[in-house]
Design a protein around this ligand. Structure first.
Ligand SMILES: Cc1ncc(COP(=O)(O)O)c(C=O)c1O
Ligand SMILES: [Zn+2]
Length: 389
């Protein structure tokens, strides 16, 4: 294994990786895994990748977990990067379809790595606040690992997510409130209950799983990153993870210095990052009365807000909000044109693409990658309402 240590993403304080832990002990910000990239690069080359398994564990050298330990894996990663032919005629549009992961969303990536590490480091009971998809993914990986899963979701989480967690034998608690209220409840109870908190970016390894989105994208595009990435940001872990992956790949000698312009797409009813970006803030204030059918984007306050905002600015990208009606409309258009039943979060990126193209922020001929982070099949309530309206 090439994991050297954990380092605070805000103050840089070093932490031992070999202890089960959450955030920086000094400033309470997210911890990042630091990989010995010089050593990893000897075993990890474009050529060695050619013959490896399809799952995200193909990037084993840049992931945590000692090499002699079997990961908790049920086929996560290795999702298709599809060329969109009809949706956007004058740009070179690609869709990374994450709905093909176990439990039908990209949350499987983070949970495969995080549950593998939590088990290895001795956790037995895992708890997570979830908008829905992270809960389903934790339930699946915990079941596979033989660990307990305690999942806290807002009462109005899509029904499919709730039933999925229950059928995967998780302990499910529905909370009258938002994901931040779910997180607070776990915070109050975890010490007594012996739960390890798997909240995104409050746990060091979900972002390591998510960073494989970046590795996979580079590999699938023959080691040329696109001009633009559109990502539906709630906690922002995928965005933060991809950016980390790009830096690592440069250090590994797999990529040059070019980076895509990164755009965070949010729902108009919950757009803390958009507000903070437009106001020139370094952190994002909590968004009041958050409300959107894109449940994964109903995150009024993210611990990684400062990381997301930094990436958007460094990359010359931006943040953009889309309203729910537009997401529903565009989802149907994507379905009709591309044959994909996308989640509302994924649909928001297609909607944002139209706006950015019209505003001239994306030029004709540019290569754009849109993330469909999950399957539309989990959101039947939202889409039914869409067809009635
Ligand atoms: C389908 C979907 N898309 C996007 C997101 C937001 O992900 P992130 O926390 O990485 O910003 C979520 C989070 O729950 C989700 O379920
Ligand atoms: Zn710190």
């Amino acid at each position: 294994m090439f994991l050297k240590r954990l380092e605070c993403s805000a103050c840089g304080l070093e932490h031992e990786w070999s202890r089960l832990q959450n955030v920086c002990r000094s400033c309470n910000k997210p911890l990042f895994a630091i990989v010995d990239l010089a050593a990893a690069s000897r075993a990890f080359t474009r050529e060695t990748l050619l013959v490896r398994e399809k799952s995200l564990w193909r990037y084993r050298e840049v992931l945590p977990l000692p090499l002699d330990v079997e990961p908790i894996s049920i086929g996560e990663g290795g999702t298709p990067l599809l060329r969109a032919r009809k949706f956007a005629d004058d740009i070179d549009l690609w869709i990374k379809d994450e709905s093909l992961n176990p439990t039908q969303s990209f949350k499987a990536r983070g949970m495969s790595v995080a549950v593998s590490m939590a088990k290895y480091l001795g956790a037995t009971k895992l708890a997570v606040p979830s908008a829905g998809n992270a809960g389903g993914a934790l339930a699946a990986y915990a079941a596979r690992a033989g660990l307990e899963a305690h999942i806290f979701m807002p009462r109005d989480t899509p029904r499919a997510n709730v039933v999925e967690c229950q059928e995967l034998d998780a302990h499910v608690t529905l909370i009258d409130g938002l994901i931040t209220d779910c997180a607070a409840e776990i915070g109050r109870r975890k010490a007594n209950e012996g739960w390890f908190d798997m909240s995104t970016l409050k746990e060091p390894y979900r972002v390591e799983g998510k960073k494989t989105l970046g590795y996979e994208l580079a590999e699938q595009l023959n080691w040329q990153l696109p001009d633009v990435i559109l990502y539906p940001a709630g906690g922002g872990t995928g965005l933060v993870g991809m950016w980390k992956a790009f830096d690592e790949m440069e250090a590994l000698g797999l990529l040059g210095q070019n980076r895509p312009r990164m755009f965070a797409v949010q729902a108009a009813g919950c757009a803390p990052i958009v507000r903070a970006f437009e106001a020139g803030e370094k952190n994002a204030a909590e968004f009041q009365d958050a409300n959107t059918i894109a449940s994964g984007l109903r995150v009024p306050k993210a611990i990684g807000d400062f990381l997301i905002l930094k990436i958007l600015r460094e990359s010359n990208g931006s943040a953009i909000a889309v309203d729910d009606e537009e997401m529903i409309r565009v989802a149907r258009k994507v379905g009709a044109n591309e044959g994909l039943f996308v989640c509302p979060e994924g649909a928001s990126c297609f909607a944002a693409l139209k706006v950015l193209r019209l505003a001239g922020q994306i030029a004709s001929g540019e290569r754009v990658v849109v993330f469909n982070t999950g399957s539309g099949i989990k959101y039947l309530e939202a889409y039914d309402r869409g067809s009635r309206g």
